[in-house]
Design a protein around this ligand. Structure first.
Ligand code: GMT
Length: 374
């Protein structure tokens, strides 16, 4: 049994989901898990006696113009390392979590190993920022082990930051108990989806990198040949411009803006095609969630997406911005039942064989063992 601290962004996002699911699965195996986060991780929904939550509190002191979250996190990490005698502190995101963890390791008296998992935005966005670049590199190189969620992310991290240390790839996984195709006729009714209408879905945080306009243009092309509804799930900075575009194209009655939703596997269960047309995506956890729910995926040839979707075998890959080709593949999938069945069956098989939670969690456990032996 190991004592493992986990730090992640607890609110939303794939990295928080992975960190929380990993913690719960490790707890199921008997490990003692200590979440050290700013609030209770949103996916932490089950009661485990061996999961503990340590909230990072930031004292408000009038002298501070800005509340020093990173330092408060380091202080809390050091406190938990010493009190709980942690073996491992596994942080998700280099910025700022790895840097806070390195500082905590220096402060704490008990010896702990730091593992950093890179999820993407810390490298692909912040890695460009000269203010942070060297600090992110420092956090990565001072960690006892580093993982990234795709080979592409390893390549980008090394080339952009000049990082020299080893970075192992440990892919993402989904909770199979939650992500499978469910029979949801009432949900279709609730959204007034007609029996012969196809459902296209996009799920994201509606940031610019997600290219929501490409999703909408692709859907507009789809509507030229098929009766369909577009479910837009999530919310973010691009939501209002997306709704303006839908209005301008006159396709309001076909597009449902659902905002943030908790029942993602239920929504995927009523979808036929999932679109992820991002310009940056280190992995695309939502694709794996869709593959596990028998939804055919179309993604862009960017970042780690082609490591998740094998073109024409488990889904389709298009060049960035090629909305006509994305629509063409969607129409092919709608019209050709055999093709649809083949793609979704292969995708489900691949999700189970290569990204199964048992396989991925074991890879993390092996890494913990290796690091503890050093
Ligand atoms: O996609 C986002 O903007 C959210 C971000 C996050 O912080 O969770 O997602 C990143 O990590 C996920 C889990 O590893 C990956 O599946 C996403 O591809 C990655 N997002 C980007 O690279 C843009």
């Amino acid at each position: 049994m190991k004592k493992i601290g986990i730090t992640c962004y607890p609110t939303v996002g794939g990295s928080g989901i992975i960190a929380t699911e990993l913690g719960m699965l490790l707890a199921e195996q008997g490990h003692e898990i200590h979440f050290i986060t700013s609030s209770l991780p949103f996916r932490l929904n089950s009661q485990y006696p061996n999961i503990f939550f340590h909230e990072v509190e930031i004292t408000h002191y009038p002298v501070f113009q800005y509340r020093p979250y990173d330092l408060a996190l380091a202080a809390k990490m050091a406190e938990v390392i010493d009190r709980e005698k942690l073996d491992i502190l596994h942080v998700h995101y280099a910025m700022p979590h790895a840097i806070s963890a390195i500082l905590a390791k220096e402060i704490a008296e008990h010896k702990v190993k730091i593992i950093t998992t890179l999820h993407g935005t810390d490298i692909t966005v912040l890695g460009y920022d000269s203010t942070f670049k060297n600090m992110i590199k420092y956090g990565i190189e001072k960690s006892d082990a580093v993982t990234a969620v795709s080979h592409d992310l390893v390549k980008v991290t090394k080339s952009r930051l000049g990082v020299k240390c080893d970075i192992s790839v440990i892919y993402n996984f989904v909770n199979e108990k939650e992500y499978y195709k469910k029979d949801m006729p009432s949900l279709r009714e609730c959204y007034q989806i007609k029996p012969d209408e196809k459902v296209v879905i996009h799920i994201s945080n509606f940031r610019r990198v997600k290219r929501i306009t490409d999703i909408i243009y692709t859907f507009k092309h789809i509507l030229e040949e098929a009766d369909a509804k577009l479910l837009l799930v999530g919310d973010g900075p691009e939501s209002s411009s997306a709704s303006e575009l839908v209005h301008r194209l006159g396709i309001e009655e076909h597009v449902l803006f659902l905002g943030k939703q908790k029942n993602i596997s239920e929504l995927l269960s009523i979808a036929d095609v999932k679109l992820l047309l991002s310009e940056q995506e280190s992995f695309g956890l939502v694709i794996l969630e869709a593959m596990s729910c028998n939804v055919a995926c179309i993604g862009t040839n960017t970042g780690g997406i082609p490591e998740v979707i094998n073109h024409k075998e488990t889904g389709f890959i298009v060049e960035l911005g090629d909305t006509k080709q994305a629509a063409k593949y969607a129409i092919e999938l709608f019209k050709d039942k055999d093709l649809y069945q083949n793609i979704t069956e292969n995708a489900l098989k691949r999700a189970k064989n290569e990204f199964h939670s048992k396989i991925i969690v074991q890879q993390y456990i092996d890494l913990y063992d290796e690091v503890l032996k050093k």
